[in-house]
Design a protein around this ligand. Structure first.
Ligand SMILES: N[C@@H](CCC(=O)N[C@@H](CS)C(=O)NCC(=O)O)C(=O)O
Length: 228
């Protein structure tokens, strides 16, 4: 059986989960508390990062972009890169944007402050530390710039990179869905982005996220709603 080692609210893990589901590839899931650096994970990936995919033939793959590109080549039936050369370049540009800029400025900051910081302290026997409210406020301001850019794109295109649903949509949705878990997006201000996100939430590949939970933090009330 193909196995994905992942953490439910890790955006990179979500990118690979969406990709596997879009391609209709069966897999079983192993949740890894990556901050604990347990041998079950470090034996597969010495860096102790998730996601890690162990494919049917036992091949071990790490790094979400390397994994989705591997899946695209190994299982080309349902393509997530567009056919057209320039649209492929645009897809890669947007994937890189979300995996670096959006992650460093928004999704990973929120995830760290709201969940991982507390869990990591607990696993080291240290007293719990709450989120830094100034940093969260600053992060939400920065996120507004990203959402404005996203609105600019979806106002002009059917999907993020052009006419077709691609890995750009997968990657962006993976990061945004993490922030949405905490209810940190003011959707009323970004109607066109909300419509794009609703279309993604309606896809069968997204369903697995609805039941994701992390200890002590319930998702926002609209998190599992298709029409929010
Ligand atoms: N470039 C990697 C990044 C993966 C990553 O940073 N994952 C985080 C969880 S969201 C992690 O495992 N961090 C462990 C650490 O920083 O030690 C990818 O795309 O898969």
């Amino acid at each position: 059986m193909r196995v994905l080692h992942y953490y439910p609210l890790c955006p990179y893990s979500r990118k690979v989960r969406l990709c596997l589901a879009e391609k209709k590839l069966d897999f079983s899931q192993e949740i890894e508390n990556f901050w604990e650096k347990k041998p079950e994970l470090t034996n597969l990936n010495p860096l102790g990062h998730v996601p890690v995919l162990v494919d049917l033939n036992g091949s071990i793959l790490t790094d979400s972009t390397a994994i989705v590109e591997y899946l695209e080549e190994a299982y080309p039936d349902r393509k997530l890169y567009p056919e057209e050369l320039l649209a492929r370049a645009e897809t890669r540009r947007l994937m890189a944007w979300f995996d670096t800029r959006f992650a460093q400025e928004v999704s990973l900051v929120i995830l760290w402050e709201k969940v991982i910081k507390r869990m990591a302290a607990k696993s080291m026997g240290q007293s719990s530390v709450g989120p830094d409210s100034n940093l969260i406020r600053h992060t939400k301001t920065i996120m507004t710039n990203h959402l404005e850019y996203l609105a600019w794109l979806v106002d002009r295109r059917n999907w993020l990179a052009g006419d077709h649903f691609t890995l750009a949509d997968v990657t962006a949705a993976a990061h945004i869905s993490v922030v949405d878990y905490f209810g940190d997006i003011n959707w009323e201000k970004f109607e066109s982005v909300k419509n794009w996100f609703m279309r993604i939430k309606s896809r069968p590949s997204y369903r697995g996220f609805f039941t994701d939970r992390v200890p002590a933090i319930a998702p926002a009330s609209h998190y599992a709603e298709l029409d929010f």
